[in-house]
Design a protein around this ligand. Structure first.
Ligand code: GDP
Length: 687
């Protein structure tokens, strides 16, 4: 239960596209239409009972398992101290092995190795790699060979390198702790097909990674790749003393780096159980990012856990809790390539309890795939009252996503009927138009995440081909227009995570919203207005020398105390810094919220990864919805559907931009008591 924490880093931003400024009739409609806006309001009160029930069952199962384990262990005559050591050893082993190995096998190995966790694990792994079947128990013969154990990490490394080609999934948590799954994966298509990268390369000291990259990767920049840290410091000194380092041609370098492919950040959204994780997991499998052995392992594990149908979902749902509950909680991030694009995929949680996390993912997205369940009754449940289909679609639209691929999923359940497809798409089409999506930017693809039809290649099922001639989902995603990267603007990155890695300095992760960055650069953290040096840049777990707008990166920083850096802190160029303030004015649109908003109203302001308590200090004016003219000055209260100018006061300084200068950092969402109550854009920064 450690993962849905309420911290400063919640990433619910709110925003409007260029043309999203208030006064546009479509956008106005989407927020004020009672039918739609009612769905927008997220309330913790409306919990699904189905969400809690399986959990209870699981807890019971877990309890039984524990009992069983204790019984098994106590059958062996052990002193109470040894029993305790055994339990502790088993617990550690299970953390590594999960459910892949029989209980008895683990007990045997633990006893054999005198409760030494790494030796016991090694024994199990040795057996595993010999039999090449992850679920087979360790035979007694093998256990009794008593051969000296090799280092665990080496065994693990080689094993994973050979067998575990699975997508790298970085978890974008909303806390200060990075959750990264321990998969060893190649990051390019050639590596997938060829040799996998050894795990050790990944777990290296950050300094080593930088050094290694400097010595092996030809630098596209003018920085001498072989220079040591002294020289790097010298560069930063040069920079900080006002002279600028030779700049790279970012656009050219980006072209080279991506082999002509464009970068696209894709978020997968939709109601819980629509099949998002299954669909994307299966897609990754079909694209060669998950090998057969791993998939087999997931199948076995999910079967064992009584959740066989979730095998593909497990590719993305990585935590024990997610798997147990069968819901995605954090945002899983991974990378895949299509013909013309490099896609960073974010699998957002569908359940309403995790909407803040979903917003975190959506805030970083350029385009979205909305997954809807076509089965009778299910689509309706997701789309109508209480469902997340509407809320998610509204949220991503508010966050600036304009292009949408709708996967009309589970079409196998309705025998690929065209009528059902039409019914679903016409209902959705009407709503999506109201939500501000242009018809020409919304594409519907009939799919089956479970059977994999129409995901990576066009389906050959006659029931479908008789009426559907359009592209498969991958081709549809490939045809999205990639947004313009703001590489020529000053550098901006909003920290989505801050954590201490090995070695000197610490790491921050986040998406570069604007500009670009090179190793050795001196940048400013706002707040707290502290300067630091970029010692290393990691992109998709590879050390690089530079990164630019649109990239999801991890920066290793030195020269500032980690204590001073929070999630939500904006890193920016020293010469053109972002402003930090506690008071600013904004133009807001009030959603369907029943409580009148008065002066002094407490809210939580959300933008990018920032989540900060604030109060509405002044109600400045009410504006005309279409023309934007002032209709009333100093209103007493604001009610649903109103367009207004307000002044907000935050408790602590926040780094913001005017919407007209930086859309990404100038739009926000206001929430109150778990509900989204308004969206706004910054018009004036006070102090
Ligand atoms: P999520 O909550 O949206 O991520 O949904 P999951 O991927 O966890 O899937 C929920 C359930 O729907 C699982 O039992 C899946 O096996 C099932 N499911 C997903 N896609 C399909 C599909 O295309 N056809 C059928 N029949 N079942 C599916």
């Amino acid at each position: 239960m450690a993962r849905h924490r309420n911290v400063r880093g919640y990433n619910y931003d709110e925003d409007f596209e260029d043309e999203d400024m208030f006064g546009q009739s479509v956008e106005d409609d989407y927020c004020i239409s009672p039918a739609t806006a009612a769905q927008f309001i997220y309330s913790k009160r409306d919990r699904h009972s189905s969400f809690t029930e399986p959990l209870e069952e699981e807890e019971e199962e877990e309890h039984n398992d524990e009992e069983l384990e204790k019984q098994k262990a106590s059958n062996i005559a052990l002193s109470s101290v040894d029993q305790a050591r055994l339990f502790s050893c088993l617990e550690h082993m299970r953390e590594v092995l999960g459910e892949t190995v029989l209980e008895q096998v683990m007990i045997d190995a633990a006893l054999k190795c005198q409760f030494d966790v790494s030796k016991a694990l090694e024994l199990v792994f040795k057996q595993d790699s010999n039999t090449n079947t992850s679920t087979e128990p360790v035979s007694q013969d093998l256990l009794s060979t008593g051969k000296p154990a090799k280092g665990r990490s080496r065994d693990l490394t080689s094993m994973e390198a050979q067998n575990e080609i699975v997508p790298k999934i970085a978890k974008m948590t909303v806390s200060g702790k990075k959750q990264k799954m321990g998969f060893n994966i190649p990051s390019t298509a050639s590596e997938v097909n060829g040799q996998a990268v050894p795990l050790s390369a990944k777990s290296q000291h950050m300094d080593d990674i930088v050094e290694e990259s400097e010595s092996t990767v030809p630098l596209p920049t003018q920085i001498n790749t072989s220079q040591g840290s002294d020289e790097l410091n010298a560069i930063s000194q040069v920079k900080s003393s006002g002279k600028s380092k030779q700049k790279i041609n970012v656009k050219e370098e980006l072209e080279k780096r991506q082999g002509g492919k464009q970068l696209l950040n894709l978020v997968v959204i939709g109601h819980v159980d629509a099949g998002k994780s299954t669909l994307m997991g299966h897609l990754l499998y079909l694209l060669g990012h998950v090998n057969k052995r791993t998939m087999h392992k997931y199948e076995q594990e999910s079967k064992k856990a009584g959740k066989a149908s979730f095998a593909y979902a497990w590719v993305l749902d990585e935590t024990g809790e997610e798997r147990q509950r069968g819901v995605t909680m954090d945002v899983g991030m991974t990378k895949f390539e299509t013909k013309s694009k490099v896609i960073t995929l974010m699998d957002a949680p569908g359940h309403k309890d995790f909407i803040p996390n979903m917003i975190t993912g959506a805030a970083q997205a350029d385009v979205a795939t909305l997954v809807v369940d076509a089965s009778r009754g299910e689509f309706e449940a997701g789309f109508e009252a209480g469902g997340q289909t509407r809320e998610h679609a509204l949220l991503v639209r508010s966050l600036g996503v304009t292009q949408l691929a709708v996967a009309v999923n589970k079409m196998d359940q309705v025998n690929w009927q065209q009528d059902r497809f039409r019914e679903v798409t016409s209902k959705l089409g009407h709503f999506l138009k109201q939500a501000g999506f242009k018809d020409s930017d919304v594409f519907y693809v009939p799919t089956s995440g479970l059977s994999g039809e129409n995901l990576a290649k066009c389906s050959q099922i006659p029931d479908l081909t008789s009426w559907y001639k359009g592209p498969c989902l991958t081709d549809q995603i490939d045809s999205f227009k990639a947004p313009q990267r703001s590489t020529d603007k000053p550098f901006r990155l909003c920290a989505s995570d801050v954590f201490k890695d090995q070695g000197s300095g610490f790491c921050v992760t986040g998406k570069i919203e604007a500009g670009y960055i090179q190793t050795g650069d001196r940048i400013l953290a706002m707040p707290p207005n502290e300067t630091c040096t970029v010692k290393g840049i990691t992109l998709h777990d590879e050390a690089v020398d530079w990164a630019a707008a649109g990239d999801q990166v991890s920066l290793t920083l030195t020269g500032v105390d980690i204590i001073k850096i929070n999630v939500g802190c904006v890193f920016c160029s020293q010469n053109e810094p972002i402003k930090a303030c506690t008071r600013f004015r904004a133009r807001v649109l009030i959603f369907n919220f029943d409580v009148p908003i008065t002066q002094g109203f407490p809210v939580i302001i959300h933008y990018q990864t920032v989540s900060e308590p604030a109060t509405i200090r002044k109600l400045v004016s009410v504006l005309h919805k279409s023309t934007g003219e002032v209709v009333k000055k100093k209103p007493k209260c604001l009610t649903k559907g109103m367009n207004a100018v307000i002044e907000l006061q935050t408790q602590r300084p926040v780094a913001l931009e005017l919407y007209k200068d930086f859309k990404e950092l100038g739009r926000f969402m206001l929430r109150y008591s778990g509900s989204s109550i308004a969206a706004g854009v910054v018009t004036e920064i006070k102090d």
